[in-house]
Design a protein around this ligand. Structure first.
Ligand code: NAI
Length: 366
């Protein structure tokens, strides 16, 4: 006799499996809500993470990437949305933290219908999650999403919105680099300071230009050689190979491309005194903050340094977008960074640990 699996037991097993995959996930960190959004007509597969809404609606970008495994997409959204809670809190914004990962290839899988389907999924959250642009998305995509929901920001400046957040991110990173240089090199200017910029995209290229204008000696690397060349020229600097930039002999390394660049392989070979850049989740694991400190390298915690973009978005959310007010707010990032460095030095802890602790207090988690 063939024994058939009891469908009810099978369903329970699957549910238990899925729940433990999410609730017991190493990065779960008590997320308030996780939505798996699916639309078979458009092929939408997205995960929206709402980490914490203690300070306000959860705000964070939509990232589109061709994740090889669903588990990778889940890990990414959990880490990124928690990072947004911390970032928004330390930037002094009335926003919680959230994030969306849209599974697919941004070069080949985007359609207006897919963006609209994501818009409907965001709308169903009724304003608990506010979307903005992140890696793999463009201003035009955000406008497509906005055809189905009003809970989307970083929209067209012609319509009175704040537009691309990346210039404000680049400004915040440049100001943070100055703070780190003052602390480590005891200098108020950047003349002749050697700075390596990994990634010459929206943020990295603008950052390189600002640093070049301030007199820094800028090295730029990008997997796209044309981008690297354009950014290096605008900065009056030079192009370096993508395999060399992390290990270049510089005063400051500014990762502006990928996460997890500070890891067991790279940290022992770094030749910089400071790491301060825009990329999210630069530390491969929390313990790498200590590994940097042990090598005498000052680390500007990524989510503190790169908050300029979300500050830009926050002024759109308030309905009173004002570019001058945004710049004023971004100029407060160095004060927070100095406070973090001071507390870290006083307590013998690393800046990333102090930043996390400050953020956890602000979102009611300690
Ligand atoms: P982007 O996609 O415009 O630029 C990334 C650049 O890195 C591209 O030019 C790409 O070719 C390059 N790249 C990729 N892999 C590389 C490698 N191995 N070596 C060298 N270059 C490589 O992204 P965007 O907007 O400039 O953001 C950069 C980083 O900053 C991302 O990690 C993003 O999450 C983070 N960030 C961006 C914000 C924004 O306002 N755009 C806000 C906060 C964080």
């Amino acid at each position: 006799m063939v024994r058939r699996a009891n469908p009810a037991i099978q369903a329970l097993k699957e549910e238990t499996y899925i729940m433990s995959a999410v609730f017991d996930h190493g990065e779960f960190d008590h997320h308030e809500q996780i939505v798996f959004a699916n639309d078979h007509q458009t092929g939408l597969k997205a995960i929206i993470g709402v980490h914490n809404s203690f300070l306000g609606p959860a705000a964070g970008g939509v990232r589109m990437a061709p994740y090889a495994r669903m588990e990778d997409a889940l890990t990414d959204v959990l880490r990124l949305s928690r990072g947004m809670s911390y970032k928004n809190a330390l930037a002094g914004l009335p926003l919680g933290g959230g994030k969306t990962v849209l599974i697919g290839n941004p070069r080949t899988d985007k359609t207006p219908a897919l963006m609209a389907a994501l818009g409907r999924a965001i709308e169903r959250l009724n304003g608990r999650y506010l979307a903005a642009e992140d890696v793999g998305m463009t201003l035009a995509d955000m406008e497509q999403i906005a055809t189905e929901t009003s809970h989307v920001f970083g929209r067209d400046p012609k319509a009175g919105f704040g537009g691309e957040p990346s210039p404000m991110t680049a400004l915040g990173v440049a100001l943070s680099i100055r703070t780190c240089v003052r602390r480590v090199l005891g200098r108020d200017d950047l003349k002749g300071v050697r700075i390596g910029v990994q990634g010459a995209g929206a943020v990295g290229a603008d950052l390189a230009r600002q640093l070049g204008e301030a007199g820094a000696e800028v090295l730029v690397a990008d997997v796209d050689p044309a981008r690297a060349q354009a950014a290096a020229s605008a900065a009056g600097g030079q192009v370096v190979g993508v395999g060399d930039i992390l290990f270049a002999d510089v005063d400051v390394l500014a990762p502006c491309a990928l996460g997890a660049v500070l890891n067991d392989e790279t940290i022992p070979a770094l030749r910089t005194k400071i790491v301060c850049g825009a990329a999210n989740n630069q530390l491969a694991e929390p313990r790498h903050g200590l590994a940097l400190a042990q090598r005498g390298i000052l680390y500007g915690p990524d989510y503190v340094v790169n908050a300029g973009g979300i500050i830009n978005v926050a002024y759109e959310v308030s309905g009173t977008y004002d570019a001058a007010k945004v710049v004023e707010h971004v100029q407060r990032i160095p004060r927070t960074l100095e406070q973090i460095f001071e507390e870290a030095a006083d307590e013998g802890l690393t800046p990333d640990v102090i930043a996390d602790r400050m953020a956890q207090r602000l979102i009611g988690r300690s």
